[in-house]
Ligand binder design. Structure first.
Ligand code: C5P
Length: 239
């Protein structure tokens, strides 16, 4: 069983646009009762906290996807600042270690009841070779499991950003409460863009995902409103 999320938080649309105008134009066509929004590096570097405020003013929950990774004090300060901005989700790299995650989590918990802190375990762009290059001899799956346990069970974080392919093992290992947020979602027959291992919304939810992140299948669709409707209804029937 997934943690009970409202419809608005089971679908997170990745606002991967190069500037605030384009992002706000797109967000203005969406309904905050149907989705939350993800702001990543490019858009945040260009548009900054003002954009977060504008998205909050439109009624959206925001996942600020900046994947912090630095010394514990610096990451805790960044997480505190993000939590003060009222964002719903923020994230750090679990490979920053237990102490980094613990102090970051404390900073979030002291600052904002409604902000959840997630960890990224192993980037989906990494394979065994990438891990070996950086001195990690475990398989990606074992490393995901080790870092997932460190982040959620030991540091107390609310959940993980993970591949839907990892969701069922992580759900078994971490229990019902962990938020598992999964990108790499595609409908059957759609192109994969540059995503390598993709899953449909229903399969991701059945595998244990709490929420899915969808970018290009909605933002670059010929008819984004129709694409939104499809994702919303597919999630609605996903149980
Ligand atoms: O366009 P698409 O649906 O592939 O977008 C997925 C979004 O999720 C992008 O913003 C991408 O940066 C992000 N993401 C991902 N894979 C991860 C982590 C984040 O695709 N492992």
């Amino acid at each position: 069983m997934n943690p009970a999320l409202e419809p608005a938080t089971r679908l997170i649309v990745a606002l991967d646009f190069p500037d605030a105008d384009a992002a706000l134009r797109f967000a203005g066509q969406l309904d905050p009762r149907q989705c939350a929004l993800k702001v990543g590096f490019e858009l945040f570097v260009v548009a900054g906290p003002d954009l977060l405020q504008r998205l909050h003013d439109l009624g959206f929950r925001v996942f600020l996807d900046l994947k912090f990774h630095d010394i514990p004090n610096t990451v805790a300060a960044a997480c505190r600042a993000a939590a003060r901005k009222g964002v719903w989700l923020i994230n750090v790299h679990a490979s920053g270690g237990l102490e980094m995650m613990r102090v970051a989590h404390e900073a979030v918990r002291e600052t904002n009841d409604t902000t959840a802190l997630l960890a990224v375990t192993v980037l989906t762009s990494s394979d065994s070779e990438t891990l070996r290059e950086t001195g990690v001899s475990r398989s990606p799956a074992d490393q995901v499991s080790l870092l997932g346990e460190l982040a959620v069970k030991q540091a107390g974080l609310e959940g993980l950003v993970c591949s839907a392919q990892e969701a069922s093992a992580l759900r078994r290992e971490l229990g019902d409460e962990a938020l598992l947020v999964t990108p790499g979602i595609r409908l059957e027959g759609a192109g994969d863009d540059d995503q390598k291992r993709v899953m449909t919304p229903e399969r991701a939810i059945a595998a244990g995902a709490s929420a899915i992140v969808v970018g290009r299948p909605i933002t670059r669709a010929a008819d984004p409103a129709a694409a939104m409707e499809t994702f919303v209804s597919r999630l609605g029937s996903a149980g």
